[in-house]
Design a protein around this ligand. Structure first.
Ligand SMILES: [Zn+2]
Ligand SMILES: [Zn+2]
Length: 377
């Protein structure tokens, strides 16, 4: 298995606590990947950066960020090399940072005007990784709902592979969804609707966008639970035996594309492009947060907006909560359709699939939905 090989290459049997060089090594390699990826983006912006995001980039700030990430990879690599016996992580981080520097670092100029042609969104993937790690890793370490659960729990590496698998090609698949959606709206779109919605105050537009998306998400998510063939894809998302932000990215690529398409197509009929981009940013953060191993809850807000405790009940293997809590933003959508399970102040005891086994490992799980089901014994 791929994740096993990675584990053997980078890992060792030494302790992984703070001060052992493990965290600095992991972070050095992580920042090294980000640094090299960002510099490659500067070299090939037309091919690798999303046309939707380019206009929003404050380039001075981005360049400063790249410089900081390169320096951080180097510094943490040196620290880890001093502290830890096995130096593979530290060397990887430092080599990646060195490669980023030799390729021109943060000062690579962007030549010429860039067109609107489809591109691989490596920029969004890198920013997403950085953003998620910066937001969620500290709060999980500081205020966990399950303090005994380690950041490097079993399967964490597999879930990073999932993060890669669903985030990187999703840029290509998004275009595959957007292209027919654009054609569809050109033919079936109600003239003036998008313009009329666009004249509403920004917060109203945003609320409506989240509502429309969550109703679509509710419908498709419920289908993924009730149609047996679809469940075979979604079972992978439910196979995590412990939840944290990275476990939230464990999803089959087919499910990712179908859900995204199902949400985006109705939205494109109603909302201006800027609002859709804003929603995509919001859902990335909110859906990830809902999976966090994060204990604090704003109690008065619980009936109105989903916080981790609500979605954690969706992931429990306890029979009383199976096929409940399908919404991802508004818990009252589940109340409305009679699918809500939300006991006061309690967190689930167990997570994962109920009476069901799926194979271990990324590739086995990716092929799993297409394999023939064994006859029930
Ligand atoms: Zn589900
Ligand atoms: Zn989930």
């Amino acid at each position: 298995m791929l994740e096993q090989k990675i584990n053997e290459f980078f890992g060792d049997s030494d302790p992984t606590g703070f001060g052992t060089g493990w965290w600095s090594g992991v972070l050095s390699a992580f920042f090294g990947v980000l640094a090299l990826g960002a510099v490659v983006c500067l070299h090939f912006p037309q091919l690798l950066t999303s046309p939707e995001l380019r206009p929003y980039y404050p380039m001075d700030l981005i360049r400063l960020l790249i410089q900081t990430v390169i320096a951080a990879a180097m510094l943490l690599g040196v620290i880890s090399a001093f502290l830890r016996r096995k130096k593979v992580l530290a060397l990887t981080g430092m080599l990646l940072a060195l490669a980023a520097t030799l390729l021109g670092g943060a000062s690579v100029p962007i030549n010429g005007p860039l067109g609107d042609r489809p591109a691989i969104g490596l920029d969004w993937f890198l920013l997403d990784m950085l953003l998620m790690t910066l937001i969620f890793s500290p709060i999980e370490v500081l205020w966990p709902a399950y303090p005994k659960q380690s950041v490097f729990r079993p399967d964490w590496l597999q879930d990073i592979v999932y993060f890669l698998s669903t985030h990187l090609p999703i840029q290509i698949t998004s275009f595959l969804i957007l292209l027919p959606a654009t054609q569809l709206t050109a033919v079936l779109g109600v003239p003036g609707l998008v313009a009329a919605v666009g004249r509403l105050p920004w917060p109203v537009q945003f609320f409506l966008a989240v509502l429309v998306a969550d109703l679509a998400e509710y419908a498709i998510h419920r289908l993924f639970h009730t149609v047996p063939f679809l469940w075979r894809f979604h079972a992978i998302h439910h196979s995590s035996k412990a939840l944290d932000w990275i476990a939230g990215s464990r999803a089959h690529i087919v499910e990712d594309v179908v859900v995204r398409g199902f949400m985006l197509i109705p939205m494109m009929f109603i909302f201006p492009r800027d609002m859709i981009v804003a929603y995509l940013l919001f859902v990335t953060i909110h859906a990830t947060w809902a999976h966090c191993n994060f204990g604090p809850t704003i109690k008065w807000l619980e009936p109105f907006v989903i916080q981790p405790r609500f979605h954690h009940w969706h992931h429990t293997s306890q029979v009383e909560a199976i096929d409940r809590n399908f919404a991802i933003h508004f818990p009252w959508i589940d109340k409305l359709f009679g699918t809500c399970y939300f006991p006061k102040d309690k967190w689930p005891d167990t997570y994962g699939l109920h009476n069901e086994k799926i194979p271990a490992g990324f590739w086995a799980q990716t092929f799993y939905p297409f394999t023939r089901r064994r006859a029930a014994a």
